[in-house]
Design a binder for this molecule. Structure first.
Ligand SMILES: Cc1ncc(COP(=O)(O)O)c(C=O)c1O
Length: 407
C-alpha cells in the first residue's frame, strides 16, 4: 500500500499525492459524475452537514475527483516548505471552473466595498479587466504602480490605509516581467496587506510563492498544470486553513464557479507528469531563446534566462528555471509577424499556453487587434511581437520550423 505520508520526491507527489483509494479500489480516481450524495440515515446526513463526519453533499461543493486534484496541487505548492513551528506547511486548494473564477473568489472573498487592491502593469488581460471594470461597481478600487520601484510601492501603500490586498503576477506577459516575491511580500506583510500571487506561468515546480510567506496562490490550471489543453480550470490555494474552510469556501460555493469531475480528472492526469513535462518545456525554451537571440530577423528576445533581461537576477533568485514562455520582436514589424505565423508548419497558431505542443501567437493581429497601437506599444506589444509557449517537440524540429518561417 502506498504510504501517503512518505512521498518524499516532487515527482512522486505529482504521481501519488492526493490519491485516496475508493470503495472499488480503482487505480485512478474515477470521474464522479454525480450531482448529489446519499446518506445512510438522517443522523449521518446531519453529521456530514456539521462537518463531524467526512462525506460529500452536493457537486457544487466538491466531489472525490475534484478533491484529488485539489490535494495534489496543495501538496505541490507546499512541497518542502515549513510552517512557523517547523512542521510541513499545510495548504488548502479549491478547484474552480477557470483561472478567472479562482481569481474572483480570491478577490471577493477577501475584499469589501471601500477596500483597495494594489497591483502592477502587465497583468493577464482578464485580471486587469475584472479590477478595472467589475470591482469598482462594488466599491473596490485598484491602484497600479511599478512594483520594480520599491520606494514608490511602499509610499503608495503608506499613503492609503484602505489598501487591503497586493496582487502579483509573475512572470507576466508580454515581456516576461518578473517581480521580486521576497521583497514585495515582506513589504506588504509589514504593512498588514494580504498577498495573492498568480503562479500560472511558473507552476509550483519552478516557483513556490509560499516560500515568501504570501497568503494565496492562484493558477489558471488550463495551462501547464493540465498541460494538454483539454480543460479550462483554475485553483485558489491558501495557507490560513481556517479561513480557507470558512469564508473562502463560502465565497467559492456561493459564486458558483465550481469545477466538475471530468475537468478535474483531466487535470489530475496532467499533474501526474508535471515535473517531466516542465523539464522538457524548459530545456527546449532555453534552446529556442538562444537560437532566436542570435538571429538576423529578430530584433529582441524576452526570455528570463537571457542575461540581458532586466529581471534575470530576480528570476534566477526565485525560480528553479526561467520557464517555457518567451516573446520576441521580428525586425519586419506587423507584416513580418503575419507572414511568420502563416508559414509555421510544426508550431501551432493559437492563444493560451502550457500545452504539450508549442503555441505561437501574434498579439498585434489577434488578441490586441482592438487596442490602439499607441496603447499596445505602451505595454510592450510591438507590431512584430511573437509570443511563444515552448512545447515538447524534438528541438531540431522546432528550430527548423522557426528558421523556415523566418526566411
Ligand atoms: C496568468 C494568467 N492568469 C489567469 C488566467 C485566466 O485563466 P482562465 O482562462 O483559465 O480563466 C490566464 C489565462 O490566460 C493567465 O494567463
Amino acid at each position: 500500500m502506498i504510504d501517503k505520508n512518505n512521498l518524499t520526491g516532487f515527482d512522486t507527489v505529482c504521481l501519488h499525492g492526493g490519491h485516496t483509494t475508493e470503495s472499488h479500489r480503482a487505480h485512478l480516481t474515477p470521474i464522479y459524475a454525480s450531482s448529489t450524495y446519499i446518506y445512510e440515515s438522517a443522523e449521518q446526513a446531519a453529521a456530514i452537514f456539521r462537518g463531524e463526519e467526512p462525506g460529500y453533499i452536493y457537486g457544487r461543493w466538491g466531489n472525490p475527483t475534484i478533491a484529488e486534484a485539489e490535494e495534489k496541487i496543495a501538496l505541490l505548492e507546499g512541497y518542502g516548505l515549513k510552517d512557523a513551528q517547523g512542521g510541513p506547511l499545510k495548504l488548502k486548494a479549491i478547484l474552480h471552473a477557470s483561472g478567472m473564477a479562482a481569481i474572483s473568489t480570491a478577490l471577493l472573498g477577501n475584499l469589501k466595498a471601500g477596500h483597495k487592491i494594489i497591483t502592477h502593469h502587465s497583468l493577464y488581460g482578464g485580471t486587469h479587466e475584472i479590477i478595472e471594470r467589475i470591482l469598482p461597481d462594488f466599491g473596490i478600487e485598484t491602484i497600479i504602480v511599478d512594483f520594480h520601484d520599491a520606494d514608490k510601492t511602499a509610499d503608495a501603500i503608506k499613503a492609503d490605509t484602505t489598501i487591503r490586498l497586493m496582487f502579483i503576477e509573475t512572470p507576466a506577459n508580454p515581456t516576461l516581467q518578473c517581480l521580486d516575491l521576497q521583497s514585495l511580500s515582506a513589504l506588504a506583510k509589514s504593512l498588514g496587506l494580504i498577498v495573492c500571487v498568480d503562479n500560472t506561468f511558473a507552476t509550483p515546480y519552478l516557483q513556490q510563492p509560499f516560500r515568501w510567506d504570501v497568503d494565496y496562490v492562484v493558477h489558471s490550471t488550463t495551462k501547464f498544470l493540465n498541460g494538454h489543453g483539454t480543460a479550462i480550470g483554475g485553483v485558489l490555494v491558501g495557507k490560513d486553513l481556517q479561513r480557507m474552510k470558512t469564508g473562502i469556501t463560502k465565497t467559492h460555493r456561493l459564486l458558483g464557479g465550481n469545477s466538475n469531475a471530468f475537468d478535474a480528472f483531466l487535470l489530475t492526469n496532467g499533474l501526474r507528469t508535471l515535473s517531466l513535462r516542465m523539464d522538457r518545456h524548459c530545456s527546449n525554451a532555453e534552446k529556442v531563446a538562444a537560437y532566436l537571440n542570435g538571429h538576423a530577423a529578430v530584433a529582441h528576445v524576452n526570455y528570463l534566462g537571457l542575461t540581458d533581461h532586466p529581471d534575470y537576477a530576480t528570476a534566477t533568485k526565485q525560480m528553479k528555471h526561467p520557464g517555457a514562455m518567451l516573446s520576441y520582436e521580428l525586425k519586419g514589424g506587423f507584416d513580418a509577424g503575419v507572414k511568420f505565423i502563416n508559414s509555421l508548419k510544426i508550431c501551432t497558431n493559437a492563444v493560451s499556453l502550457g500545452t504539450c505542443d508549442t503555441l505561437v501567437s501574434h498579439p498585434a493581429s489577434t488578441t490586441h487587434m482592438g487596442v490602439s497601437r499607441e496603447q499596445r506599444l505602451k505595454f510592450g506589444i510591438t507590431d512584430g511581437l511573437i509570443r511563444m509557449s515552448v512545447g515538447l517537440e524534438n528541438i531540431e524540429d522546432l528550430l527548423n520550423d522557426l528558421e523556415q518561417a523566418m526566411s
